[in-house]
Design a protein around this ligand. Sequence first.
Ligand SMILES: Cc1cc2nc3c(=O)[nH]c(=O)nc-3n(C[C@H](O)[C@H](O)[C@H](O)COP(=O)(O)OP(=O)(O)OC[C@H]3O[C@@H](n4cnc5c(N)ncnc54)[C@H](O)[C@@H]3O)c2cc1C
Length: 487
Amino acid sequence: MNINRRQFCALGTAGALAAIAGGVAVGCSSESASAKDGGSAPAASAMAIGDANVNFSKEVDVLIVGAGISGMLASIDPAKAGKSVLIVEQNGTYGGDAIYSAACQMCTTAELTKEERPDKYSSEDEIREKFAPYYEGNEAGLERTVLLQKWGGKFIDTMHYDWGYEFQELRESPYHQAFFPKNGLCTMKDEFELMNEKVTEAGAEYLFETTFKTLITDENGTIAGGRFISKDGSVVDIKAKAVVLAGGGYISNQEWMVKYAPEWAFVGNIVSGRKGDTIAAGVAAGGTLSGMMASSNLNPLYEAGHMLATFYPLIALLPNGKRFYCETAVHNAATGCLAAGYNEWYSIWDGTAQNGIDQEVIAHAGDAIQSADSIEELAEKMGLALETVQAAFDNWDTICDNQEDPEFGKTLFLQKLVPPYYFLRNVPVRYKSCGGLTVSDRMEVLDGDGNPIPNLYAAGCTAGTEDIVPAAGSGLLLGTVLAEDVA
Ligand SMILES: Cc1cc2nc3c(=O)[nH]c(=O)nc-3n(C[C@H](O)[C@H](O)[C@H](O)COP(=O)(O)OP(=O)(O)OC[C@H]3O[C@@H](n4cnc5c(N)ncnc54)[C@H](O)[C@@H]3O)c2cc1C
């Protein structure tokens, strides 16, 4: 299928990237303009430098860019409905960010929530009321959040009731509104293996180690496929009736961070390959951006010092020996550290956490975790004065004796630490972006007038979600839409 540029053109994603950085959303590239003019301009003069002619090597019904949780889940329903579905992924395997994440799956809308932890269950109206303050003057944004929370609940219920996954039983923790994998923190791999089973059972296929470059349009400027670069550098053009943009967010795009989230732009980044490629492609096709800003929280470099505090006694100290947040409120650590004027902090725990079920989160920190048999050794290894560390322990022991934390109101795990101690030095990092393409309630990419761009859909962070459960929900919702829309 070697097709002349008069009939199909590759949208200028690189141009869209530059335009986004300059704050302008662009439409189709000049190639498509010349194609629309009936091809009067010579093809060569209309070509982007270095771009090959469109040459489809494969044709599918649904083309999904990105094998993260949203892309994978969007594939199942259309594949089950008999559509040919291909998920193209730049990496060598599926899972995206979530497979390496802490795997804290916040969800208050599932039937499983109602059944197992009814005090945490939220109805649609309660969700709307909870999120309303964040969406003043943005009714559509509020409604989409409510919708994705609802579909997030469907993700948890699908995993549990339909696919037989047993989430972890409730442990003492302030996060009873979150579902965790059965084997502890950071172990979402088995959930992904199950999702992958459902993807492949449904008949969807993957193409790995192949990187999305740009969208392809037909002679009418309608989305007709995508262009990719394979591992050996060759161009792969895939024709499709519908294209799903699910390549995640833009946290590793430094230019965009400076533009959209300058507060976090110079905080170190731990995620690679999230340059906003699929967001830029949506903009190049006429889409618009919503909610671009700094994400609601930063992460610690090592999840161990962050998430262990969810379930175990742990104290966190600044280099001046002071506690600086309620350690069970794990998301306040990195921002709290910066707000206190520091760029690092220490998390200290003992055998209770070290020997608990959360071995994977500890393994993630590897050699960064050190141990000490006494406070003297701990202070020496931390590089702090003994008096500073001793004072911090004395303060913590008093809190435990009184079972009251006057400074930060911590109520759980007020338990003295006993040797051997374990500690690591953590630093704040950025790890997820906020905002993405404006989409409809059916996950269609919307143009500047609020109309769906034919054949173009988005899910997950590309469509502005920030967490695992809404990303998953957006994928499931989109799956039902694709099964219906794609003839
Ligand atoms: C360290 C860390 C910890 C986290 N912890 C939590 C947590 O505990 N709870 C929570 O709710 N959320 C957490 N998150 C956020 C969560 O992981 C994401 O919100 C979720 O994974 C988003 O899913 P997604 O499908 O939108 O995108 P992603 O997971 O980003 O998947 C996108 C996929 O697209 C691929 N891709 C990108 N560009 C291209 C391209 N040009 N061509 C081909 N493929 C491409 C990527 O390789 C990736 O596989 C964490 C994130 C990180 C990084």
